[in-house]
Design a protein around this ligand. Structure first.
Ligand code: ARG
Length: 446
């Protein structure tokens, strides 16, 4: 029992099991397999069992192997002889698969809601950032100035894809396995289409063997969550870097930072580090479960019981991580002066200087060479680049405006780029996308 029982962790499926069991009983009634009065008695006993579980007054017995057997045992106690009819035309195999789908549907919807809240926070911070800019990096080397709003929205778009992925997973998982029985359906005239409809699922299964052995939806949920974890981890890593004295781009709010047990001066980004660290665990849940699925013959195998712990852990951890990172990002203070100073160096406008020449008819490769030569000369001869530009026949004094703080960035005009007009349009589209996703989400939350 100690090795095979799952009650300790599948208790949380109780509301989903009750919901599915009530739909199953209604189905047996519609099929004429149960009398209406028997349906009422069973539904009554199931509701009461559900209430006992919700109020934590349900008494588990040593023989309760999992939440499903515990609920059935209690229904038989409450409903007497008719209780023994609950499991008619049903196996724990289709029962468990249905409960887990309902649970996953509800919880992925909650995760999508948290993602949307986080997106709204990023959107608010991006709006507040106005025309503040910072260095954009490639290879973690300063590359070109970018608007802080642009940088924040970059993370927002990654979260938009996460939300979209969750919706796709929700669509695919919304199929009812009830009626598949142990693996081959039943000789009784079950009504799985009607049961699916009662559970607000799009359809019933097409193949009973597939219905009881398919855990694609768990693997997909684990992938979706692992990728959310990776996105949070990347944000976390930037918070860790940007809050160092070396960068000094942001200060954490006290409520979202931690002290040190020994060093009185410390203010540590533990939340961001944990977001980074949890990603490893979320990837582990995915890889571990894929490995469990690999090579399983049709149909149900007890290995499938191993679907629950990684899924529950992934949902718990990503829920906490989303709430924590949203709180952190909602309250950090950006040191805009430091950010802008770091982005104001002439080297960050090198490509804008080259494009200045391009706009005057110079082929890009030649312009690139000209600017590279100027940068090299400036470094080697210790001459400010401004002097070299002013003296250069292809540039002259007019080109010096490009070196004024923020001026090169303001000249950016291409769609989706970091120029102020492009970012304003991007922001509009982002807001629209978040609102559309919020509306899509409302159809998944009942
Ligand atoms: N707790 C089990 C699970 O989650 C229930 C299914 C047991 N079914 C069986 N045929 N032994 O998979």
């Amino acid at each position: 029992m100690a090795f095979s029982a799952s009650l300790s962790f599948d208790k949380r499926l109780a509301p989903s099991d009750i919901e599915a069991s009530i739909a199953h009983v209604h189905g047996l009634g519609k099929a004429g397999i149960l009398q209406l009065e028997e349906v009422d008695q069973l539904v009554e006993a199931l509701s009461r069992t559900g209430d006992e579980l919700a109020a934590a007054v349900f008494e588990f017995q040593p023989g309760d192997e999992d939440i499903h057997t515990a609920i059935e045992r209690r229904v038989r106690e409450l409903a007497g002889d008719v209780g023994a009819k609950l499991h008619t035309g049903r196996s724990r195999n289709d029962q468990v698969a249905t409960a887990l789908r309902l649970y996953t549907r509800e919880n992925l919807s909650l995760v999508a809601g948290l993602l949307i809240e986080f997106q709204r926070t990023l959107q608010r911070r991006a709006t507040e950032a106005g025309h503040t800019y910072l260095p954009g990096y490639t290879h973690l080397q300063r590359a070109q100035p970018v608007l802080l709003a642009h940088h924040l929205l970059a993370h927002g778009w990654a979260l938009a894809r996460d939300v979209d992925r969750l919706f796709a997973t929700l669509e695919r998982l919304n199929v009812s396995p009830l009626g598949a029985g142990a693996l081959a359906g039943s000789s009784l005239p079950l009504v799985p289409d009607e049961v699916a409809a009662e559970l607000a699922m799009t359809s019933r299964f097409e193949n009973s063997l597939d219905a009881v052995s398919d855990r694609d939806f768990v693997a997909e949920a684990l992938f979706d969550i692992a990728l959310i974890g990776i996105h949070l981890s990347r944000i976390g890593e930037e918070v860790v870097l940007f809050s160092t004295a070396e960068f000094g781009f942001m200060r954490l709010d006290d409520a979202w930072a931690t002290g040190s047990s020994m060093l009185p001066q410390k203010k540590n980004p533990d939340v961001a580090e944990l977001a980074r660290g949890k990603a490893g665990r979320l990837v582990g849940n995915l890889v571990g479960f894929l490995t469990t699925l690999k090579g399983l013959p049709l149909a149900y195998n007890r290995d499938l019981q191993e679907d629950k712990e990684p899924l529950f852990d992934a949902i718990d951890q990503v829920t906490l991580a989303l709430v924590a990172m949203e709180g952190l990002m909602g309250t950090v203070t950006f040191d805009t002066e430091r950010m802008q100073q770091a982005a104001d160096g002439p080297s960050l406008v090198a490509v804008d200087l080259a494009e200045w020449l391009v706009a005057r008819g110079v082929p890009f490769r030649d312009a690139h060479g000209t600017v590279a030569a100027l940068v090299r000369e400036s470094v080697e001869r210790h001459v400010p680049i401004a002097e070299l530009i002013e003296a250069h026949p292809a540039f002259g004094e007019e080109a010096l405006t490009l070196l004024e703080p923020g001026s090169a960035l303001r000249r950016h005009r291409s769609a989706g780029g970091t120029g102020p007009d492009a970012v304003a349009l991007q922001m509009q589209r982002f807001v629209g996308r978040v609102e559309i996703d919020a509306a899509r989400l409302s159809s998944w939350t009942r």
